[in-house]
Design a binder for this molecule. Structure first.
Ligand code: ATP
Length: 353
């Protein structure tokens, strides 16, 4: 069931098309993330759904109602902002009550709904506190309660965690996800943080230059990137350029950076230029039984607890990142040669642009 439909939407600021002909559908109860680098248009798209931005052309639908020319307060959409946008001169309860007062809901009903919203974000009993008495994480929860209290059809999140420290960020994203799932909320979530997007979303749209580059589940986007941009943006892959050799019935050998990598399937005509995405975790330090191998030089080892990140160099000097578990390669000196095995199934080939 479609909750939101965006049809060929363009939002221009003068000559600049911040959103450039985007179409997408978002299902009921889905958390749909807009992911992309700074300036790709994700905030502009979110604000145009909220009604804070004029739309240049195209349409936005909530169910079967066209909303793109309605004023923001008539759209039944809640929004949680990056900077919380909490009023410092109102206590927590009055902050949460704000949208209900604006809608002239009777006072008795306001009190019950505010308390229920505060319970949902685990802030029951905090109504009389002042914003300056709350931590960053608590303020973000007040902001979520304030958006939830109007019982919106859709909740929009604009980089809601970027003002929190790293640990709180990972805790709050679990909290947001659980709340969204337990209430069956339809949510559109903006972030430039690929790990956050992978962790929290039902589906992700990767944006670039005002357009959607790919839409899919986190697994799809990560494992089957359709473009080199998507592959690079998610997971800091090794992007290697090379030349395809002749298909041998099972795999196509690719000469790249002084090594040969066998990529399953017929990926390109012999002699054509290709780009290979080789994820750091598709590589491991080879043992005697390892099949597909390549040789690199170990430059630097970073011990990160559960994993090690190895910074290596291919024969032509191209850097290669490797993520391995545990104590792999501990016996290898920095500067020495390193045999790496790779999982051909985790290598994705693209035609070179
Ligand atoms: P960030 O992660 O940095 O917030 P974003 O992906 O959300 O980036 P937008 O804020 O949507 O990107 O901006 C997209 C493009 O539109 C940028 O080039 C930006 O400079 C431009 N832009 C955004 N708002 C306006 C405006 N009000 N007037 C003119 N240009 C704007």
């Amino acid at each position: 069931m479609t909750a939101i439909r965006i049809d060929n939407l363009t939002c221009a600021f003068g000559e600049l098309r911040a959103v450039d002909g985007i179409s997408a559908t978002i299902d009921h109860g889905e958390l749909f993330t807009l992911l992309g680098p700074s300036g790709c248009g994700k905030t502009t798209l979110l604000r145009s759904i909220a009604g804070f931005n004029d739309v240049t052309s195209g349409s936005i639908w909530l169910g079967d109602k066209r909303i793109d020319s309605l004023p923001a307060h008539q759209r039944n959409i809640g929004m949680v902002f990056q900077n919380y946008a909490i009023f410092p001169n109102l206590n927590v309860a009055d902050n949460v009550a704000y949208g209900l007062r604006a809608r002239r809901v009777p006072a008795a009903e306001i009190a019950t709904r505010v308390e229920k919203a505060l319970q949902r974000v685990r802030l029951e009993g905090y109504g009389a506190r002042w914003p300056h008495q709350m931590s960053g994480g608590q303020l973000q929860r007040v902001a979520i309660a304030r958006a939830l209290v109007i019982e919106p059809a859709v909740l929009l999140f604009d980089e809601p965690l970027s003002n929190l420290d790293a640990q709180l960020r990972t805790e709050m994203r679990v909290e947001i996800r659980r709340l969204q799932q337990s209430l069956g909320l339809t949510a559109v979530y903006v972030t430039h943080d690929q790990e956050e997007a992978l962790a929290i979303s039902d589906r992700i749209a990767v944006l670039r230059g005002g357009r959607i580059e790919q839409v899919g589940t986190p697994e799809d986007i990560y494992r089957q990137p359709k473009t080199p941009f998507v592959a690079s943006f998610l997971g800091g892959t090794n992007m290697l350029s090379g030349v395809a050799g002749a298909f041998d019935g099972a795999a196509t050998p690719v000469e790249t950076c002084g090594v040969t990598i066998a990529v399953p399937g017929r990926i390109a005509e012999a002699g054509s230029k290709v780009l290979l995405s080789v994820r750091p975790e598709a590589l491991r330090v080879a043992d005697a039984g390892s099949g597909m191998r390549l040789t690199a030089r170990l430059v630097l080892r970073e011990f990160l607890g559960q994993i090690q990140r190895l910074h290596a160099e291919l024969p032509d000097g191209t850097p290669l990142r490797v993520s391995t578990l545990g104590a792999a390669a501990v016996g290898v000196q920095e500067g020495a040669s390193l045999a790496l095995a790779y999982d051909p199934a985790q290598i994705v080939a693209f035609p070179a642009p």
